[in-house]
Design a protein around this ligand. Structure first.
Ligand code: NAP
Length: 300
């Protein structure tokens, strides 16, 4: 087992906490980097998993560098807007370089935003902006693209309308999209963290399904017939996005309604589709299919 320390920023979050747990299960020494004032109940599960806690001011590169000392990799699972994705992550990156950490994994975990130009997805534009800094930094960086979190299909993502027994789509009902569960993303991330020879980009998808295929899986799992519901063309979706952004801007929110629609547009237009996949890079990972995710919902 790799004996060096892994620094995890965003360890108190949903994905970051899972990355910490997998790393600890694999015997890695983990330092959870948290901000001042973090509530005790967020730290307790990390300590219980065997991580050590390091508190720092995320606006101070020298403070964060001290927390990064001796690490073999800094992995970020921070979530937020410009102040986090660009500003706090830049401090983290500079601190990692200052501390001589050889490897850095930014908080990307998304569709492949290198495939479309700026201006189409606010949250992903911030990542692209941060990448300009990452790519100039003297550190080995690896981005993980996982498509959408599959878990959202039974929650925030309004694609499978369970009550109406419809699957909503825009544009092409046969355009496949990438879905990976949060757990699988965390497991793959932990594997990449412990792999010293990762490339600049890694692409994973637990499942790749079109709206038509989602309707088939939802029908199989529930035993009830799900049909397609075409909400319009991608151009119509673009008009909806502009309208929603005007009437309910929520520019300071991470996921206002129009932001969710921007993700959907990128997924339905196919440019962000992942490939070739690196699913087989770590053979011990068993990929969770969308069918499994929907079955879990049914069992609840
Ligand atoms: N592909 C997808 O479908 C999908 C869906 C959701 C998320 N994601 C991505 O997954 C990654 C992790 O997201 P998540 O949902 O796990 O996020 P989360 O649960 O909201 O956790 C965010 C983490 O960032 C920390 N943080 C936020 N602002 C900070 C700041 N200013 N300074 C220091 N720490 C700060 C939080 O610390 P505190 O606990 O102190 O607040 C927390 O540890 C992000 O890149 C996100 O965009 C992808």
């Amino acid at each position: 087992m790799n004996g060096s320390t892994i620094v995890v920023a965003g360890a108190t979050g949903n994905l970051g906490g899972r990355v910490v747990r997998v790393l600890r299960q694999r015997g890695a020494a983990v330092r959870a980097l948290v901000r001042h004032g973090t509530a005790r109940d967020k730290l307790q599960p990390l300590e219980a998993a065997g991580a050590t806690i390091s508190t720092a001011d995320f606006s101070s590169a020298s403070q964060v560098a001290m927390a990064c000392a001796g690490a073999s990799c800094v992995v970020s699972a921070l979530a937020g807007l410009r102040d986090v994705i660009v500003d706090a992550q830049t401090v983290l990156l500079e601190a990692a370089v200052e501390a001589g950490v050889p490897r850095f994994i930014p908080s990307d975990y998304s569709i492949d935003f290198t495939k479309f130009p700026p201006g189409e997805n606010r949250n992903l534009d911030l990542r692209r902006e941060f990448h300009q800094r990452v790519d100039k930094a003297p550190i080995q960086a690896t981005t993980i693209f996982n498509g959408a979190f599959a878990d959202m299909l039974t929650g925030q993502m309004p694609l499978i309308l369970f009550k109406l027994k419809r699957v909503l789509y825009w544009g092409d009902a046969d355009q496949r999209m990438d879905f990976t569960t949060i757990d699988d993303t965390a497991t793959f991330t932990a594997s990449a963290v412990l792999d010293p020879s990762t490339p600049r980009f890694l692409r994973i998808a637990g499942d790749q399904l079109s709206a038509r295929e989602l309707a088939g899986v939802a029908s199989d799992v529930t035993g009830k017939k799900f049909r397609l519901l075409r909400a319009g063309s991608l151009a119509t979706l673009g008009l909806f996005i502009n309208f929603a952004r005007t009437v309910a801007p929520g520019e300071k929110e991470l996921y206002p309604a129009w932001q969710g629609m921007q993700y959907l547009r990128n997924m339905f237009d196919g440019r962000a589709k992942l490939g070739p996949l690196d699913n087989d890079r770590y053979p011990d990972i068993h990929w969770t299919r969308v069918r499994d995710v929907l079955s879990t919902r049914r069992a609840q």
